[in-house]
Design a protein around this ligand. Sequence first.
Ligand SMILES: CC(C)(COP(=O)(O)OP(=O)(O)OC[C@H]1O[C@@H](n2cnc3c(N)ncnc32)[C@H](O)[C@@H]1OP(=O)(O)O)[C@@H](O)C(=O)NCCC(=O)NCCS
Length: 183
Amino acid sequence: MMTNSNSQETASRTSAQPENAKQPVLRAPNLDDAKAVHALIKASPPLDVNSVYVYLLLAHHFTDTCVVAELNNEIVGFVSAYVPPKSPDVLFVWQVAVAENGRGFGLGKAMLQNILQRPHLSKVRFVETTVGPDNAASRGMFASLARKAGTEIHETALFEGHHFGEQAHEDERLLRIGPFSQK
Ligand SMILES: CC(C)(COP(=O)(O)OP(=O)(O)OC[C@H]1O[C@@H](n2cnc3c(N)ncnc32)[C@H](O)[C@@H]1OP(=O)(O)O)[C@@H](O)C(=O)NCCC(=O)NCCS
């Protein structure tokens, strides 16, 4: 497993994949990844597409809490996350994307676990994220993360449609998962 945020880890094979399937390498993003991450997000509805500049900022300031999955020199997965300034025991997960043909093999969950295992995040006890009401894949992934850690999910209202102004947007409900055990 990962020993620091700059080291690389290969996502583990799942039973759904052939034994000789090449595994993506999981690593912290750098500035050169921002354009490809932007393209991946654009190809991953229902995620909001932010500017390339936002992904540059994430790779620059938040690289220690983000991850990319790289396979054959292509970015096939991405998670953006950060520790909220007033909640040092929380990892807030913003966007998770896996390239369409790589879904269902455990990569989304592996990327989340990759971040949670980083030594500098040893104070993190809870994962928070927001999900739309109908995003079954996202809900399934976070439910699986909670199950695997033997912990619970609490769901409450957070961002409601009207908060997004004129942009038509579904409610984004807060999922709080934890507590995760101490590392
Ligand atoms: C959500 C997403 C990142 C999941 O990635 P993934 O690599 O396919 O997910 P995993 O293979 O790691 O699956 C993890 C768990 O979620 C479950 N899951 C995955 N897709 C699912 C779906 N469509 N419906 C229900 N459950 C699903 C899996 O069964 C698995 O559970 P298990 O560990 O008990 O077997 C991917 O579907 C995606 O990029 N979607 C588009 C963007 C998006 O909606 N992002 C999430 C919002 S931030």
